[in-house]
Each structure stands twice: as C-alpha cells, then as structure tokens.
Design a protein around this ligand. Structure first.
Ligand SMILES: Nc1nc2c(ncn2[C@@H]2O[C@H](COP(=O)(O)OP(=O)(O)O)[C@@H](O)[C@H]2O)c(=O)[nH]1
Ligand SMILES: [Mg+2]
Length: 215
C-alpha cells in the first residue's frame, strides 16, 4: 500500500463525534497495551501518528486516522484492563459497542493477540463476538519479535485452539518492531476494504501498472 497521507482526524468520546463521510474503515481491537496503536503506526510508516503508551488502559476514546483521503484506520479502546472503575468500563463498552454494532462502513476488524500468552477470557469473548457479528476479521499474533521463531508453531496453535478459530480465519504473525507481517496484513486490508466491483477492477489494473504492492 502506497501511503500518500496519514492524518489523525478525530478523537471520539461519544458516538455523535464519529466522522461522517462514508469512507471504508478498518478497526483495531485487542486488550490494552497489546500493540494496536503501534500496529497502526507501523502500517503507515509513521512513528507517532497514533499515541503509544506504557500505561495500559489509558485510552477511553476511539481515534480515527484518515489515510490517502481514501479510507480510515480506527484505533479502538483496549478491553480487559482491570484497574479502571466499573463506570469507566461501562462507558468504554458503550462507545465501542455502538461503533462495532452500527458502523456500516466497517469493512474489517483486526483482532490483536499477544503471541507470547494464551488468550484471555476477554480475548475469547471478542473472538466469539466476531464470529457472530458477520463482520470480516483477521487475527494477528503480535509482538512476534518477543519469541524465537522456533516457538511460533506452538504459540500459534495455542491461540487458534483457545479462540476456537476456524481454518479459514485469516491469520497474520506481526511485529511492529521488526515490521514482520506488514505486507501480509496490507494485502488482507486491501482485499476487504474495497467492494467487489472495485476489487475486480484492481485485478485487471495489475497487469499494467503493478499496483497494490505493500511497502
Ligand atoms: N517488542 C514489541 N513491543 C511492542 C510491539 N508493539 C507494541 N509494543 C509495545 O507495547 C506497548 C503498548 O503498545 P501500544 O501500541 O500503545 O498498545 P495499545 O494499548 O494496544 O495501543 C508499548 O510499550 C509498545 O512499544 C511489537 O511489535 N514488539
Ligand atoms: Mg493505543
């Protein structure tokens, strides 16, 4: 994907603040601190577009980033951080649920799971929700730089079994630090982001211009 522009568009704390223009969107979901904001930065090759924090659970908002004036990447609040109050958790849930359940231009959800650990109950709940939602999704095992390659197979099979993923669920091993999986994830994003007819056009285009290559 050629990134011509990447801008922070709005931080929404209420559904009324979601941007209006009907552009396709890809949302990033996962527990606090799993690496959602880092993934967005690494995908668009910017160091500080999305805020990367060391204090988990701080983000209570949805951040919308507009890319190439063409589509949006949407940084959802992290789930499963125990130290926030019940009231806060409630408002987080409401903001996120409203987004996930009503956003018509949402084309794909990227579900991030830390490759080092077995998925939590919250991760499993999210995975179950994704199955029943009917929204396309891709599971990313992130922070792959934190384990050796020899351990990939075991950790991935644990993730697949704990989340009960079906065989055809797209799955990417990702590292924002080493840029592993960037190209694969862009391919999946591009595939789901554009409608069938546009997809068809892109395929015919490829013969000539050689577009659609990840950078
Ligand atoms: N080693 C490593 N650390 C990462 C990676 N992605 C994120 N981190 C670190 O994990 C922490 C949380 O990242 P952040 O993107 O803010 O997570 P978010 O809360 O899900 O948005 C930060 O300290 C990041 O530097 C990765 O691919 N590899
Ligand atoms: Mg974040």
């Amino acid at each position: 994907m050629k990134i011509k522009s990447a801008e922070h568009e709005i931080t929404a704390v209420r559904p009324a603040q979601y941007p209006e223009a009907d552009l396709p969107e890809v949302a990033f979901a996962g527990r606090s601190n799993v690496g959602k904001s880092s993934m967005i930065n690494s995908l668009v090759n910017r160091k500080k577009l999305a805020y990367v924090g060391n204090t988990p659970g701080k983000t209570r908002q949805i951040n919308f980033f507009i890319i190439n004036d063409e589509f949006r990447l949407v940084d959802l609040p992290g789930y499963g951080y125990a130290k926030v109050s019940k009231a806060e958790r409630h408002s987080w849930g409401k903001l996120t649920n409203t987004y996930l359940e009503t956003r018509e231009q949402l084309k794909l959800i990227v579900h991030l799971i830390d490759i080092r650990h077995k998925p939590s109950v919250k991760d499993r709940e999210m995975a179950d929700w994704l199955v029943q939602s009917g929204i396309p999704y891709v599971v990313c095992a992130v922070k792959s730089d934190k384990i050796t390659r020899g351990k990939y197979r075991k950790h991935i099979s644990d993730i697949i079994s704990v989340l009960d993923l079906s065989q055809d669920t797209p799955f990417v091993i990702y590292s924002a630090v080493k840029k592993e999986g960037v190209r694969e994830l862009w391919e999946i994003i591009e595939y789901f982001m554009f409608d069938e007819d546009i997809r068809g056009m892109e395929l015919t285009d490829q013969a000539g211009a050689g577009k659609g290559t990840a950078e």
